[in-house]
Design a protein around this ligand. Sequence first.
Ligand code: FMN
Length: 164
Amino acid sequence: MKTIIIVSGHCGTTMKAARMLAEKLGGADIFDTKDDNASFDFSSYDNFVFGSNMRMFMLNGRFKKWAGKLKKQYKSKNVYGYLIGCMETNDKALAKLSNKLPGNKGVVYAWGEFVTEGVSGQTAGMYENMKKDSLEKGKDLPHIREEELEKLAQLICNISRHLP
Ligand SMILES: Cc1cc2nc3c(=O)[nH]c(=O)nc-3n(C[C@H](O)[C@H](O)[C@H](O)COP(=O)(O)O)c2cc1C
């Protein structure tokens, strides 16, 4: 069973989740869409896992691009996905991510983190305020839901075990 995790994030959380998932799987290769490596060979992988973060209620553009570009390659393989965002729930976005991965065997919302690195102006201020508000209300700050990644890893392993 060979797995490739195709990561589309901005500030590192989506990549962090990919590394956690790879560890739970007992190993997986990671492809960062930021590298935009058109000559990368995906042909030897049995499992394709796409990870995308969210910004302004939208899935990462690079996720959409690569999910489309690799469709032929993963059509006859197993495809999965995970979503990263700071909202506690993100059902609509998760449904959109699922739709972009036709035939997928499972998608999870792994939550995320408040990261404002490289984000400036009003947006950074907005996120700092959300963080302050959560802290004041004693709410959990967004963090990667390891149990969701565990669920995904188990699904991938169970399905792989039944491969011919
Ligand atoms: C400009 C900006 C817009 C964001 N918009 C959303 C959003 O619409 N929904 C959401 O759940 N999270 C949103 N987030 C939170 C990020 O998805 C979250 O911080 C995530 O952990 C970032 O992943 P990354 O570190 O891989 O970029 C936004 C973050 C930034 C900086």
